[in-house]
Design a protein around this ligand. Structure first.
Ligand code: SF4
Length: 363
């Protein structure tokens, strides 16, 4: 998706000026600017929207780890290198002590956020999750925060438990869960889901689940993954749906976009260039004018992700582990100080965003 022919500067400047001044980016304009605007124009536009929420040189970060508690999954997404079908050799479920050991290691290395992400495992009932999450809350108290599930896993659990989404959300909340993430969204169009993950869920289910989580008082986020075979139209449709949902609920704390890793997957393909990822971040920032926090993905873009701070992002994870993306080709960079130094060299002042402190502001 290259940028190509440039329009007359005066016309583009006038349009960008209106957008930077608060006019909403619409699908047709986004399409046109994607193809026609200079990278510098995208950066300026994203910077103007970013400045509505954050000081220009400020940014925040977290040290976190994804805990992949099970790789057994029945969804069979063709872009996934992580899952094993039930009964297949190599399938696992982590026991509680193994989960605690990963959390202890995270805390020892200065992190305070764990994100749980696993497969749709038909042998794990909702009670398994509730007991696990309650035990984590009891053991770690306010020293740790955790993203309990992705929205995709939540949908599967509720379905397996034959509970309404509202009732399942309440069960999780009563077990001590405070956060779920919008993970498992990939590209939120029906066509994309039919092409690549037809056993996962429909787009409407995803937003129904988000509504139920918010109604139960849980916090949630939105995500996106690019670089499969999705069209520009599909990317913009995804952003439009997320923006509409945020207009309706105001409940999305942040938006994180990462890029597809194609190795060891049925789908295969090749990785998008960092330049395309950065330009897409700017599109996200300009389009999602109602979500305060835009996160750039060190997990999939490594050091190049930090350049995203100049393309509209204001926050990033420094991840210690994520088997899902690592098996598909991601390389975890654990030289955290060097990554932070890179952010500083780009002119930003990274500040640790404590999510676990009892007095931490809403995230
Ligand atoms: S992406 Fe998630 S839901 Fe899809 S196959 Fe992999 S583990 Fe299962």
């Amino acid at each position: 998706m290259p940028s190509s022919v440039l329009p007359p500067r005066a016309e583009t400047a006038e349009l960008l000026g209106r957008l930077a001044g608060g006019e909403r980016l619409q699908p047709e304009t986004a399409r046109r600017l994607w193809h026609e605007a200079h990278d510098a124009d995208w950066q300026a536009l994203a910077g103007a929207v970013r400045a509505r929420f954050h000081c220009p040189h400020d940014c925040t970060y977290l040290i976190m780890r994804i805990i992949n508690y099970t790789n057994v999954c029945v969804a069979q997404c063709d872009y996934c290198a992580f899952y094993k079908l039930p009964g297949e050799p190599g399938g696992y479920v982590l026991d509680r002590e193994a989960v605690f050991a990963k959390i202890d290691d995270l805390l020892a290395r200065g992190g305070d956020l764990a994100g749980f992400n696993g497969g749709f495992n038909p042998h794990l009932p909702l009670d398994y999750y509730c007991r696990l999450f309650a035990s984590i809350r009891e053991r770690y108290g306010e020293r740790l925060e955790f993203y309990a599930l992705t929205v995709a896993e939540f949908l599967y659990l509720a379905d397996r438990a034959r509970l309404s989404l509202d009732d399942a959300a309440v069960r999780l909340r009563d077990a001590g869960v405070r956060w779920v993430t919008g993970g498992g969204a990939e590209i939120l169009t029906e066509d994309f889901r039919a092409r690549h993950s037809r056993f996962k869920y429909r787009v409407a289910d995803f937003f129904d689940a988000q509504r139920a989580l918010l109604a139960a008082g849980l916090k949630t986020t939105a995500t996106m993954v690019i670089g499969f075979d999705e069209s520009l139209e599909e990317r913009i449709e995804h952003l439009e749906r997320v923006r509409q949902f945020q207009d309706e609920t105001g409940g999305l704390a942040s938006f994180l976009c990462w890029s597809y890793k194609p190795y060891n997957t049925v789908l295969g393909g090749s990785e998008i260039a960092a330049e395309e990822y950065l330009r897409h971040l700017a599109l996200c920032r300009a389009y999602l004018d109602n979500i305060p926090r835009l996160r750039t993905s060190v997990l999939t873009q490594n050091e190049r992700a930090l350049e995203g701070l100049a393309w509209g992002a204001d926050d990033f994870d420094l991840p210690l582990e994520d088997e899902v993306t690592e098996l598909a080709g991601a390389r975890i960079d654990t030289d955290l100080e060097r990554l932070l130094q890179r952010a500083r060299a780009l002119g930003f002042t990274p500040r640790y965003r404590h999510v676990a402190a009892a007095a931490a502001p809403a995230n």
